[in-house]
Each structure stands twice: as structure tokens, then as C-alpha cells.
Ligand binder design. Structure first.
Ligand code: TYM
Length: 337
């Protein structure tokens, strides 16, 4: 990242919460896009550990620290090059929390109550922390600190990025032109991978934590992947066509297509006259061909803890340099600091 001259390549920012092991939805919705574009972009990738605190009763401090490292190791293992991109942990750069406070002061509460993720995550809970409501403002801070232009995410995050634009715009109107307005970048295929056990809901880390068979996790072994895929919900039909497929079959076809990088017609031709069992077997192979090299590299990064920590510390130094520059502009604009 070039902190001083600004980037000729568009600046990208994205992140993942270290709440538990990442799943295939996280991979095809987000990480795979990051890797593919890393040579044409000036990218900053963050492990957003502060976001993981928004459901504090679910937090085990030792586990959170370990999980944070594990997500960083996965970033590297999927192929993000640390020389080309900045990789760091959110809590190591204090500017994220400082900017959150300042943006809180320009964000109407009504905007936050409207967020669908807040509604679903707070539903049925007796008590909801302020952090859960404020979650998207911390996310806006992540993005705006780095003059981000593009935010590659799955489609469940689009509303948060639109909110980020609204907050930035409101700030710029009130205090002068400080922030760039970012845009979400959602993949055409794989933006919403559905649950293997229930294709009417998005594959999610929180469901996967208590329902085996819901997600394919990036660290699953071949036996587990096979069990999950073979038990995946389909329907009583046979025809393997995207157009007529039920949600479960469409989900399997889409994941297969993304992982193998084959076109729709090619996939349909491959399975013409074959049953769902064929598709499932082929999908297990495609998943393992993707996961095995990732898992091997993951183990190497996790075995060299000192190396991983040093890499994250240097990433945080590079991130802080840019974030500190943005904060100088923000403080000057608001008359504080
Ligand atoms: P998180 O940790 O829930 O998910 C990480 C990324 O994975 C995508 N994703 C999916 N994509 C396709 N199908 C699915 N089933 C699926 N489930 C998750 C998400 O869209 C996301 O891209 N709020 C964010 C983290 C965050 C962030 C940011 C992202 C914090 N600050 C700034 C971008 C920029 C989140 O909870 O993602």
C-alpha cells in the first residue's frame, strides 16, 4: 500500500469476523475474489476482531485470540500475498475505534435500527448490547479510514456498505469533503451460498456452530465434506438444469460452477442424464481439490506463530500509517484533537 502518493490501482478493503472457522460461503463470496484481484488492486485485508465482540456472551478471550490468528493464516493460505497487500488485525490499529466514536455522532439511530442484520441478530434476545447496533458504524470506520473505493463482499454485506456511503456523505456535507464514497463489489456467482442442510437460509458461521451438516468449513477433512455434501438437501426430481433446479440443487450447481470455474452450459452438459449422486460426488472432489492445498499452507502458517505475528505486526504498521493520515483530516474537519 502506498501511503503517501495515493494509489493508481483502486483501493480495496475487506474483512472477516473471527467468530469461528470460515466456511465455503466466506471463501467464494469474499476471499476468492480478493485473491483473484490482488494484482490489479491496492488491497487492505483485516481480521475484524472488534466486530466479534458484539455478542459478548459468545466470546471466550483465549479462543478469540486464537481464532483471530487462524483467520489471518487462512487469508495467507488462500493465496493473499502479504508483500502485495496489507493484512492486519483491526484491534491493533486504534484509529478504527476513534473514528467509530466520531461517526457515531453523525449517524442517525434510525439508520442503524433499519439494518436487517441488526434485526435478525437481535431478534428474540432479552438484552442487546449497544455494540450490536453500532456494528455497521465500526464497519464504516474500517472502510473509510483507508480511502476505500471497492469493498468485495458477499451480498449480505451490501446494506452495510450502502450505509457506509450514507454516513460518509452526511459527514462530507456537515464537515467538508473528507471521505471517498466506497462501493460494494459482489461476485456474479457465489454471492450467497446457502446452507447444505437447508437451502432456504444463507450458509452462516453462527448456524454452523451448532448444526453439523449446515456448512462446509475450510478446515474440514475429506470425510466430513463427503458426509455434508452427500446429505445436502436436494429434491425428488432428477434433472440437473440451472433453470428448473430447486434451491438445494441450484446451490450445489452454483458452488460446483464457482469452484471449477466452468460455464453454466458446460456444467449442464457434464451432468446430462446423470442423477444428483453424480453431482454430489463431483462436488466433493471439487471442494477437496480447493481445500487440500489451502489446508496444507494453513498448517504451515499456524506452525510458525512468530512469523505470523510478525507479519501481522508489520501489516498493522502499514495500515496505521494510512489510518493516522485520515484521522488527522477528520479531526481537523471536526475541530477536535
Ligand atoms: P462475515 O465475517 O460475516 O463474512 C465474511 C465475508 O463472507 C461473506 N459471506 C458469504 N458470501 C457468500 N455466501 C455466504 N453464505 C456468506 N456468508 C458470509 C460476507 O458477505 C463477507 O464478505 N461485517 C462483515 C465483516 C466486516 C467487513 C468490514 C467487511 C467488518 N468490517 C469492512 C468488509 C469491509 C462480516 O460480518 O462478515
Amino acid at each position: 500500500m502506498n501511503a503517501t502518493t495515493g494509489a493508481a490501482r483502486p483501493r480495496v478493503f475487506s474483512g472477516v469476523q473471527p467468530t469461528s472457522v470460515l466456511h465455503l460461503g466466506n471463501y467464494v463470496g469474499a476471499l476468492q475474489q480478493w485473491v483473484k484481484q490482488q494484482h490489479e488492486r491496492d488491497s487492505v485485508f483485516c481480521v475484524v476482531d472488534l466486530h466479534a465482540l458484539t455478542v459478548p456472551e459468545a466470546v471466550d478471550p483465549a479462543r478469540l485470540r486464537e481464532q483471530t490468528r487462524s483467520v489471518a493464516a487462512l487469508y495467507l493460505a488462500v493465496g493473499i500475498e502479504p508483500e502485495r497487500n496489507v493484512i492486519f488485525v483491526q484491534s491493533a490499529v486504534r484509529e478504527h475505534t476513534e473514528l467509530t466514536w466520531l461517526l457515531n455522532c453523525v449517524t442517525p439511530l434510525g439508520w442503524l435500527y433499519r439494518m436487517t442484520q441488526f434485526k435478525s441478530k437481535s431478534e428474540g434476545r432479552e438484552s442487546v448490547g449497544a455494540g450490536l447496533l453500532d456494528y455497521p458504524v465500526l464497519m464504516a470506520s474500517d472502510i473509510l479510514l483507508y480511502d476505500t473505493e471497492l469493498v468485495p463482499v458477499g451480498d449480505d454485506q451490501v446494506q452495510h456498505i450502502e450505509l457506509t456511503r450514507d454516513i460518509a456523505l452526511r459527514f462530507n456535507v456537515l464537515f467538508g469533503d473528507v471521505f471517498k464514497l466506497p462501493k460494494a463489489q459482489v461476485p456474479t456467482l457465489g454471492a450467497r451460498v446457502m446452507g447444505m442442510d437447508d437451502p432456504t437460509v444463507k450458509m452462516s458461521k453462527s448456524i454452523a456452530a451448532h448444526r453439523p451438516g449446515h456448512a462446509i468449513n475450510l478446515l474440514d477433512d475429506a470425510k466430513t465434506v463427503k458426509k455434508t455434501v452427500m446429505a445436502a438437501v436436494t429434491d425428488s426430481g432428477r434433472e440437473l438444469r440451472f433453470e428448473h433446479a430447486s434451491p438445494g440443487v441450484r446451490n450445489l450447481l452454483a458452488v460446483y460452477q464457482v469452484l471449477t470455474e466452468k460455464g453454466m452450459q458446460e456444467v449442464e452438459a457434464e451432468f446430462e442424464g446423470a442423477g444428483y449422486g453424480h453431482l454430489k460426488k463431483a462436488l466433493v472432489e471439487a471442494v477437496m481439490a480447493t481445500l487440500e492445498p489451502i489446508q496444507a499452507r494453513y498448517r504451515e502458517y499456524m506452525d510458525d506463530r512468530a512469523g505470523l505475528d510478525a507479519l501481522l505486526a508489520s501489516g498493522a504498521d502499514r495500515a496505521r500509517e494510512v489510518a493516522a493520515g485520515t484521522m488527522r483530516r477528520v479531526r481537523a474537519a471536526m475541530g477536535v484533537g
